[in-house]
Design a protein around this ligand. Structure first.
Ligand code: 1CP
Length: 324
């Protein structure tokens, strides 16, 4: 889950010397180092590439900066000229340092004795990336994006199509560079009505999954349709993903009932329970472990870890999950 490193002093030290966040994402030596740090400390079963979902619009030439304490800032995309300017060949060149990070992490894992540790590559889903491009940054409800999807469906669909192709190229390149699983973060899938969810979440995800699977039949693909609620089951069945990640609000017992048995489920500890520690952490973790017992599952958080999390709480969580 995103912002994994910020709770670790060793991450904060590298971050402080790296310049801005985009510089950290595009300096392979540093990005590889911060990807490996949590693996050395906790020996997790998987490492997630250190990067950001917004490196795709950055690569497409749309522009991106991270304002201190404010999150991402992008130009607001509102018309055909903005969509026409998106340049996939440019993105494929611009992400070269990120692919170099993937190669270095895979080599570093093996060199340091973590041969069995899975390297997870990732991208944002076309819809969630479109959200940030249309709003020009984060938002509580992504109203301008939903308005564009209803008001100018031709333009919005064109944007989604370009982002779908960019995502396919980018994930395929990560797999070729050494990613052994890929995850699609659809953090804002839950703001859509069922019909828009089908058009702009399920259909593009199915296309990404199908295209990648044709080229790389053995690469597992994890989808995270955050806050999808009752649409989670349809997402799991219709996109072809190998695993669905549940957000914190999902009841894992219900998920085991509605997600097809061949689809693994991932999640979904509340990051606040991890921050709190103690009995809350123990009991929430045990509840999830009990719910997913007996079926393919990946233990994870329901959303990103918060920077204030004490590293000892993470150690306790690993102990609980390993004992299960
Ligand atoms: O100042 C800093 O140090 C930057 C903080 C930071 C970090 C560490 C951002 C800015 N992104 C990241 C890394 C990141 N982002 C990873 C790498 C793996 C890891 O370390 O865990 C991943 C997988 C992401 C994915 C990401 N970025 C998502 C999808 C998952 C989710 O959390 O919902 C989203 C929505 C983003 C956008 C983003 N990037 C950064 C911020 C602050 C945001 C959110 C902006 C908002 O509030 O909407």
């Amino acid at each position: 889950m995103r912002q994994a490193g910020r709770y670790l002093p060793e991450y904060r030290q590298i971050r402080a010397n790296a310049g801005d966040f985009i510089a950290l994402c595009t300096t392979p030596e540093l990005a590889a180092e911060v990807t490996l740090q949590p693996i050395r400390r906790y020996r997790f079963d998987a490492a997630i590439l250190f990067s950001d979902i917004l490196m795709v619009p950055w690569g497409l030439g749309h522009g991106l900066r991270f304002a201190e304490g404010e999150g991402p800032v992008l130009p607001k995309l509102s018309d055909a000229a903005g969509v026409d300017a998106l340049n996939i060949p440019r993105m494929n060149r611009a992400v070269a340092p990120i692919l170099e990070t993937v190669r270095r992490v895979r080599a570093g894992l093996s060199d340091e004795g973590f041969d069995q540790t899975t390297l997870i590559g990732f991208a944002g889903s076309p819809f969630t990336v479109a959200c940030y491009m249309v709003e020009g940054g984060g938002s509580k409800d992504f109203a301008a994006t939903r308005l564009m999807a209803y008001g100018d469906p031709e333009l919005f669909s064109r944007l989604i199509r370009i982002l779908t192709q960019a995502t396919i190229d980018y994930l395929a390149a990560q797999i070729e560079a050494g990613a052994e699983t890929v995850m699609l973060f659809d953090s804002w899938a839950g703001v859509l009505s069922p019909s828009l969810f089908r058009t702009h979440v399920i259909a593009p995800t199915a296309r990404i999954v199908q295209t990648l699977r044709d080229r790389f039949p053995n690469i597992p693909i994890i989808g995270f349709p955050r806050l999808a609620g009752p649409m989670l089951a349809e997402y799991a069945a219709a996109t072809g993903v190998n695993a669905v990640a549940m957000d914190t609000a999902t009841n894992p017992v219900q998920a085991t009932q509605v997600v097809p048995g061949h689809v693994a489920i991932q999640g979904n500890l509340d990051p606040m329970a991890l921050l709190a520690g103690g009995n809350a952490l123990d009991s929430e973790t045990r509840t999830i472990l009990a719910a997913v017992r007996g079926r393919p599952a990946i233990f994870n958080l329901g959303h990103g870890i918060v920077p204030q999390t004490p590293p000892e709480h993470v150690a306790r969580l690993v102990e609980l999950v390993r004992a299960a």
